[in-house]
Design a protein around this ligand. Sequence first.
Ligand SMILES: *Cc1c(COP(=O)(O)O)cnc(C)c1O
Length: 426
Amino acid sequence: MTALQTGWPYFSYRDSELHIEDVPVAQVAEATGTPVYVYSRAALEERFDSLAQAFAGVRHLVCYSVKANSNLAVLRTFARRGGGFDIVSAGELYRVERAGGDLTKVVYSGVGKSPEEVRAALRAGILLFNVESLGELEMLDQVAAREGRVASIALRINPDVDPQTHPYIATGLKKSKFGVPMAQAVDAYDRARHFRHLRVIGLDCHIGSQLVDLAPFCDALQRIRDLWDRLIRDGYELKLLDIGGGLGIRYRDETPPSFTEYAATVIRSLQPFSETIVLEPGRSLVGNAGVLLTRVRYLKDTGEKTFVIVDAAMNDLLRPSLYGSYQEILLVRATNHHEKTTVDVVGPVCESGDFIARDRELPRVRPGDLLAVMSAGAYGFAMASNYNTRPRAAEVLVNGSAFAVVRTRETYQDLVRGETIPSWLD
Ligand SMILES: *Cc1c(COP(=O)(O)O)cnc(C)c1O
């Protein structure tokens, strides 16, 4: 048997059949139907461990950003490695709890936290609230007072750097809604220290996502480091420096920095530094650990274009439609003939924006063929919807030569749950 690497660790061709670890992916599709998301446990663990390894020389805490992929089994995988979690809602807190995550290693970010969400997080005893506005400071102090607790906080500061990524995922520019502007940072800290039910213990920033260059990180870290020093001089006892997430991955031909390069840059930018560095990686831990399997339903040649119509759609994987982003597509059964055609790979949803790939060179495919949409582990299922009343896909976790369904495909009953027809429509 010959194993052929795909460029995605733990994904290989053996006898022309795509495998994830030791499982032929066709076998998963057979068992669950399509579309289905499939993740590799080994790939998830390798990513987590190599990030932790890269930062082993300094005090740090890896808080996986739950929103990238919030499946309970994925959360548990990281919890078992000692990971903490970065959440942006009480719903994500609930997931971390259900996955058996350590709530004392949870950091809570987000511009629009509600009093109820904050109360739940206080009761859970989370590590840190990353506060994004003065209004939130006041609200948090009030809720903490009512609960008879003290909330540990950092302010999320917007360092105003251009991360040179897609505008929808750039969060560290002056014009973005996130964080407190750098120019207001010192004043905001001075306000924060006077609240009796808040304890100021950190400084936080997160500048964007899918960053494939270290320069924006360097810029941001320099500014944040200057602010940190200023705050220390002003008498703040800061313990946690949360540098956010945002490290990019290879979808096509990007060459993102390795965790080692990233860690070296962070450590060099901050040194000397002896407090705890909090990391909030999402995409870089899960993105290349998962695929979306989809089956070809029809081919349609309009004279203008050739469409490959598959059973996955924008409701399953939104990134191509939302960001115009590129996802590699591999045939699950590799073919010998190398003749390629240019096609649009589209789904059944009734929108012209519903596509997985546009003007893509693919080997000839036929109805019934299985395709693997690569790099779908982050912001894939997590962004799925029920648009067009389509049940959300199943999710599977591969573990060596075994696999488990970690989320069953939704049923039509699931889709109407909670809906009622009022009696006056009888
Ligand atoms: C989304 C998000 C992250 C994770 O970003 P990635 O690009 O997936 O690493 C981290 N921190 C915050 C505050 C976020 O909103």
